[in-house]
Design a protein. Structure first.
Length: 317
């Protein structure tokens, strides 16, 4: 007998917990029937909720579901550690031979799990992953910056991240074990999923809006998350800072030569303090930017050396 695990990170999702549970339960029945009839494979199922320090009734609802269903488990954090910590905790505690990861808001259609299972079992893929082919219903400014992020990071990093890639995916146990070996504190799962490699089949689907509740991702939260990805999977910003320093040194030398020539040949007085002040401010801004880039990488190194736990468990089943 093999086990099929589904991990669902949750943070203040009291409106949708029961909906996603019922949807996953229906899909489990379909997968079980398909596995027995086509592969003679007996599957056991596990649904693992990761409560990321919710402040509403999310944990209470999950506990009620777990009390009535022995195949449902949960882990509750002592506080909100973030989605990346919840994903890592889920992968660490899932016991399945096939492990799926999906959001609680129903933007990841559970019905796709059957096709994802077929891709791994029948077609021999290690990962069945999903990506959005449209961003319908998403604010235009968020869509613009999301597309821009994927273009930038794929130019800067050797690890290629598929545009529109979701965390929603099904993986074999071998893939999960490989991901768990990447135990860094500052995590960017989309990058880690790509970095570990393995054969991946992509399923594209139209954007699905939440069935209830509100998104927990603000524009600035997504911006900060994107910076985590750039810093975590590329050193190009450090190179840009170095190149900027060299460029401005060359420009300053050239300007010194121009001033000397103008003074000696044309006797042009070196005046114009307003333009000088502007230049000083501009170069100072570039310097501060470069220091900021260095500081961002240094801060990540600092957090890694502390060896703090990625999450702390308060309650579990």
């Amino acid at each position: 007998m093999k086990k099929f695990s589904v991990i669902i990170p949750c943070y203040n999702e009291q409106e949708v917990i029961k909906i996603v549970f019922e949807s996953v339960y229906k899909v489990f029945s379909q997968i079980k029937t398909y596995a027995e009839e086509d592969f003679q494979e007996i599957l056991d199922f596990e649904l693992l909720f990761i409560d990321d320090g919710s402040k509403d009734q999310t944990l209470k609802i999950i506990q009620e579901i777990a009390d009535h269903n022995s195949w449902v488990r949960y882990i509750s954090f002592s506080r909100n550690f973030g989605k990346e910590a919840a994903i890592f905790a889920g992968l660490q505690n899932a016991t399945g031979d096939y492990v799926a990861l999906m959001d609680a808001d129903m933007q990841d259609p559970p019905k796709m799990l059957l096709d994802m299972y077929k891709a791994i079992k029948f077609e021999g893929y290690d990962i069945a992953a999903t990506k959005r082919q449209t961003r319908k219903g998403e604010p235009p400014i968020r869509s613009f910056f999301a597309k821009l992020f994927y273009k930038i990071i794929n130019k800067m990093s050797k690890t290629q991240i598929v545009d529109g890639a979701r965390d929603f995916r099904l993986m074999t146990r071998q893939v999960v074990d490989a991901i768990l070996e990447v135990c860094e504190y500052n995590r960017f799962s989309k990058g880690i999923f790509s970095w570990v490699g393995f054969n991946t089949k992509w399923f594209a689907y139209d954007n699905v809006e939440r069935v209830a509740g509100k998104t927990k991702w603000s524009f600035w939260g997504l911006l900060k998350y994107s910076l985590e990805g750039v810093v975590g999977f590329s050193t190009v910003p450090l190179q840009i800072a170095s190149y900027a320093g060299i460029l401005f040194c060359l420009i300053s030398l050239l300007m010194i030569l121009v001033i000397i020539v103008k003074t000696l040949i044309w006797h042009d007085p070196t005046s114009g303090w307003p333009s000088l002040v502007c230049i000083i401010f501009f170069i100072s801004g570039v310097q501060l930017f470069c220091i900021g880039v260095l500081g961002e990488y240094l801060s990540k190194t600092y957090l890694e050396t502390k060896k703090r736990p990625i999450y702390i468990v308060k309650d579990k089943k």
